[in-house]
Design a protein around this ligand. Structure first.
Ligand code: AVJ
Length: 326
């Protein structure tokens, strides 16, 4: 019997906890105070994000999925990747849009999902292996910002996926670091990188997507405080914080903040730390950068990548950028 699933772990619960504690301490003792957006996604946060993707105001997921579906047949035929690496794979729902376009072809494909959550990755792999007989999975349980060098060498033509506008969470220096590592994952001339980018557009459309009428994004934002409460035994009162989301045009990004109505002390018992949070010393929880074709092109070029194809919807809301080694 051929083994179709293998996993390599470069992070574990102990290391994840150490990293979270250091991140929370650094973030909440800095000016301005901040928390890294990756901590939104505990079970509750992942469910809330799933709800966000179905909101009428949140155009990102449905636009990207439609683009991917449209693009998949040509991409899979012309590129014919043997090796698909996905950063922050999660449940790999969108990956299926690509694999569906590959059914009926004999050639085997190796799928290399990278994600910190072993349970999610295993469940996704089991589902995929059941549905796609041509697939085998080499999972990498790791943080894509820290462990990309551990991705196994390609076994053939490679396609690296970074979907969902996740790249938008990274500030320019972190983005440059990551893209440089992605470039190193593409040794072959025919290798490609497919990245989902949310585009600069009408401010009202952007802001509505991050401050929906039904308040799901507010709950999502506040949930990061519940995560911190649980992980470091803190006493944040999530409902005492307002959800503030706005477009910062100079920086081309949506910013999300948690702002209390009144000053309050918060105890982070596991860290032996007490902090004071006030309306003008609040918590910055997320940046979501927005791009243009030009800004995407220069960000890719800086990392040694050349924009090979640019796919957008008719409204120009979202783009799938295909990049090649320069
Ligand atoms: C998962 C980073 C793509 O930036 O739109 C959604 C997260 N935050 N609503 C985004 C998010 C608030 C999302 N990404």
């Amino acid at each position: 019997m051929t083994i179709r699933y293998r996993a390599h772990a470069y992070t574990d619960e102990v290391e994840k906890r150490r990293t979270l504690e250091a991140d929370v301490r650094r973030g909440l003792t800095s000016t301005p105070k901040s928390l890294p957006p990756k901590y939104f996604y505990d079970a509750t946060g992942s469910k809330l994000f799933q709800d966000i993707t179905e909101l009428p105001e949140y155009y990102l997921t449905r636009t990207e999925t439609a683009l991917l579906e449209e693009l998949a047949p040509d991409l899979m035929r012309e590129l014919a990747p043997r090796d698909i690496v996905e950063l922050g794979a999660g449940a790999a729902v969108k990956t299926r849009r690509l694999l569906d376009a590959r059914n009926g072809v004999r050639q085997a494909i190796r799928y290399v999902p990278i994600d910190v959550d072993e349970v999610t990755i295993e469940a996704a792999a089991t589902g995929l292996l059941g549905d796609y007989r041509f697939l085998h999975v080499e999972a990498v349980i790791a943080d894509f910002e820290r462990h990309l060098r551990h991705v196994p060498a390609p076994i053939g033509r490679r396609l690296v996926l970074f979907l969902g506008s996740t790249i938008g969470n990274l500030d320019p220096p972190a983005r440059r670091r990551l893209l440089t590592e992605v470039r190193a994952l593409l040794p072959g001339k025919a290798d490609r990188f497919l990245v989902g980018l949310d585009l600069i557009k009408d401010v009202n459309v952007l802001e509505a997507a991050y401050d929906d009428a039904s308040g799901v994004t507010r709950e999502f934002n506040r949930n990061i405080l519940a995560v911190v409460n649980r992980e470091v035994d803190a006493d944040f009162q999530p409902t005492a914080f307002n959800h503030v989301a706005f477009y910062n045009e100079a920086a081309s990004r949506i910013e999300m903040h948690l702002v209390p109505d009144a000053a309050q002390d918060v105890h982070l018992r596991r860290l032996g730390l007490t902090i004071r949070i006030s309306p003008d010393d609040s918590i910055w929880t997320e940046n979501c950068y927005k791009f243009s074709r030009g800004s995407a092109q220069s960000m890719l070029a800086e990392a040694g990548l050349r924009l090979d194809a640019w796919h957008t919807d008719p409204d120009n809301y979202f783009a799938l950028a295909l990049a090649a080694p320069a």
